[in-house]
Design a protein around this ligand. Sequence first.
Ligand SMILES: C[S@@+](CC[C@H](N)C(=O)[O-])C[C@H]1O[C@@H](n2cnc3c(N)ncnc32)[C@H](O)[C@@H]1O
Length: 297
Amino acid sequence: MIYVTVILNYATLSFLSCVKLRSMSNEDTSELEISLLLESIYQKYGYDFRQYSKAHINRRIRNRMTLAKLEDISQIKAKVLNDESFAHSLLQDLSITVTEMFRDEDFYKSLRENVIPILKTYPFIKIWHAGCATGEEAYSMAIILQEEGLYDRTTIYATDFNQHALNRAKEGIFSNSMMREYTSNYQLSGGKEPFSSYYTSSHGHIIMNQSLKKNIVWANHNLVTDSVFAEVHLILCRNVLIYFDNTLQNKVQKLFYESLKTGGILCLGSKEGLRFTEFYEKYTELDKKQRIFKKRY
Ligand SMILES: C[S@@+](CC[C@H](N)C(=O)[O-])C[C@H]1O[C@@H](n2cnc3c(N)ncnc32)[C@H](O)[C@@H]1O
């Protein structure tokens, strides 16, 4: 009996000495930890950041860790899972809501010259601003449509997955400090009226005119997890896809393709394009530089 036990122990020891743990670089380990964190956010809160660009996610997570004085990603994961208000702050971090009125004035100039004449041919117009943040882009569109005599026959759907940003968009109250820049953007983009005629000032803020809000429908919509929103003539999704990896960009492009009527227009941000997606052939370029595309079929 003693003899058998000795042999078994010897066998176990020699087996263990042969087992080798797969080694991982620190970089790979940290990548794995981040994917586990993103998986936890998805499982617990339903927000899916698993296919966002790694560089963007990394930057935002490290930033939140510094602010919260957390030393490693497993700590941030535990906090996200157990502290809803912390999770909310992280979700805000991951959704960058930087925006402007008439952002990239040359884009809006081109919109007036190349897109508005097409919209004029429709009896009713539906426009989707996907990833509208705090709404400045949708208000810019409403101003152009008013000036071009199209607003009364238009519905603008302005969507974002960040409810906090959407609530601010709905209010239409912005800081006075931005007005000099917005006025200049508006004028350079071909604006026809004094920009100040579109808002009233009050206590360091400006309030957008009610007449601009009346045909804007604000709605919570997640481009990653929600389906087609509506069938529309024009989609603007600017400075959003830049945060997604290639696979996710393709998936969202499919959503846009399915949401656009034939002959409909797609506007992307200055660093975004269709060239590396499977939809490139299905559009013509209306303005290559300003990333304005027309759906062919
Ligand atoms: C940088 S802002 C762009 C705002 C505006 N389109 C512009 O160009 O000025 C990006 C916006 O995309 C939104 N966003 C990011 N991921 C999203 C998603 N999965 N679904 C809907 N909106 C998303 C963010 O919440 C944010 O408001």
